[in-house]
Design a protein around this ligand. Sequence first.
Ligand code: GRF
Length: 228
Amino acid sequence: MLRLAVLASGRGSNLQAILRSISQGSLKARVVMALSNVPHAPALELAQAAGIPIWAEDHRTFKSRKEFDAAMLTAMAGKQVEAVALAGYMRLLSPEFLQAFKGRVLNIHPSLLPAFPGTDGAGDTLAYGAKFAGCTVHFVEEALDSGPVIIQAALAVQANEPLDGLMPRIHAMEHRIYPQALQWLASGRLRLQGRLVHLSAPELGEETPEPANPPAGCLISPPLEQGF
Ligand code: GRF
């Protein structure tokens, strides 16, 4: 059972997807705390409704990123947090925070990294005229949207597709690949070699999951497993 802290600044649909996978039993984790730099973020309401302890402070009231992140670490102390999932957390993390959870902080980003990092990955994909959009779950490093890639989902952009058409399609994929990546982490199947992420087979004696059918019009690598 992976003890997870979720950091979110917005709507919280990825937090919701994580909670859904946990309650369905496919993600063997527990969200032990939700933290935010936006005190009225809808994600926090979701967490509260699920009985998850929350912590939220406006980062602008802190002197520095280092101090804000130190306050988050203090808030998490005693919760035995094993991994941190960024779910629409719109801030960089300090080196000190990342050091505290080395190799155990994941992020979801709405583009096919390394293309279109930044705050508007999907919008930038469309504005550039790229023909494939998608989303990426990756380990977090200090530089924005730069860490080793765990899983990606690619979607063909439709002719003249507006952002409000593409975005829900990306979100639907996010809600499948993020819980999957977290389950791989929870089951110890992710190994980092430099910036390459290797996915190992389940341990001997553990069931080998069947592959899930990929959603129509979408390519996912590595493939999703049953339950995601
Ligand atoms: C997602 O699109 C994610 O890729 C990005 O922020 C958005 C968060 O959405 N990092 P939500 O708050 O989980 O609905």
